[in-house]
Design a protein. Structure first.
Length: 324
């Protein structure tokens, strides 16, 4: 029995179970927290921009923080960076192949440039001392707080001027009974905690059994697994021709992953970088710039550009597998 618990088949089962616990735990935590906020009379749009938006990054946060605490620094960095590359090239690429993705002006003018800036900052901080220290983590969290405040102020200003579009999202937030809210929050926290532990432990077991680098595991299996909900949600939205905000949401998630996920992980425990981490973040920066160039042409991502993004992602996957 002990041999089976330490075997690769059991690690794969644990990995899949960890993904399920992470995703469902994040869903329950967001629903419970949003309902409590709704009962406290917090505006729906604020809930959507904070609790709900950050909830999509909870799986990445749980995995990266758990990995950082456990000393699996390569997994902590590669999970966040790999999720960003997957969100940018795969999620948006698939959406663009299904139907043209309209680019909002705010995404074109601010979100994409700021996302590229975050990737460039991460490259600079990592390359400076090959470590993302506690002060670096605090800096990232401070930038995240500023970004969040700026986003909330902008949306409230737009709503005050008469654009009620964002409110529609907030109307979906239900005010559940308080006992049910707290039950969802507790179950969600437990699911996120155990899901993160299982993903990190099983990924480390699989990597060790096959002699695979932790960075490769983080960039592929772990990052894709934690980003699958975004892919499924975006594909469903694309099939319904409702992808106006798809690019903005993916870019926002990428900003969260760098500033919040790695910020929290580094603030808890310094994260050591290896040169492959720097290369991967540089690739993320290049992909961000390429996506920005695509959007500048017609404020829309078309099918040809979507296919190009998917090809670039496939080429990157081949590259990281070959270098391992």
């Amino acid at each position: 029995m002990q041999d089976f618990l330490q075997s690769v088949p059991f690690a794969v089962i644990l990995l899949l179970a960890g993904f399920v616990f992470l995703v469902k735990g994040a869903d329950l935590f967001v629903e419970g927290s949003s309902s409590v906020a709704k009962r406290l009379k917090i505006p729906s749009i604020i809930i959507g921009l904070t609790i709900v938006a950050m909830g999509t990054s909870l799986p990445e946060t749980a995995v990266s923080v758990t990995a950082s605490i456990a000393g699996d620094n390569s997994l902590a960095v590669s999970n966040a960076v790999g999720s960003n590359i997957f969100n940018l090239m795969m999620v948006i690429g698939v959406c663009a192949v299904i139907t043209p993705v309209t680019v909002q002006r705010a995404t074109l003018v601010f979100d994409l440039p700021f996302s590229a800036f975050c990737a460039a900052l991460l490259v600079g901080l990592g390359f400076a001392g090959m470590t993302l220290g506690r002060m670096d983590g605090i800096l990232l969290l401070a930038l995240f707080a500023g970004f969040l405040c700026g986003m909330i102020r902008h949306v409230l200003k737009v709503r005050k001027e008469g654009n009620a579009g964002p409110e529609a999202e907030g109307e979906e937030i239900r005010a559940l009974p308080l006992p049910q809210c707290f039950l969802y929050i507790v179950i969600g926290i437990v699911g996120i905690k155990f899901g993160g532990d299982w993903v990190v432990d099983s990924a480390s077991t699989i990597a060790g059994a096959f002699g695979i680098d932790q960075t490769l595991i983080g960039l592929t299996i772990v990052s894709i697994g934690t980003s699958l909900p975004e892919l499924v949600t975006s594909v469903v939205a694309a099939r319904k021709k409702e992808v106006d905000m798809a690019l903005g949401n993916a870019i926002g998630s990428n900003i969260f992953n760098i500033l919040m996920v790695l910020g929290v992980a580094a603030a808890i425990s310094p994260i050591g970088f290896i040169m492959n981490n720097i290369i991967d973040i540089a690739v993320l920066l290049a992909f961000s710039v390429i996506t920005w160039i695509f959007t500048l042409t017609s404020r829309k991502l078309n099918r040809a550009e979507g296919i190009t993004m998917l090809i670039l992602y496939a080429a990157y996957m081949v590259y990281i597998c070959c270098r391992a």
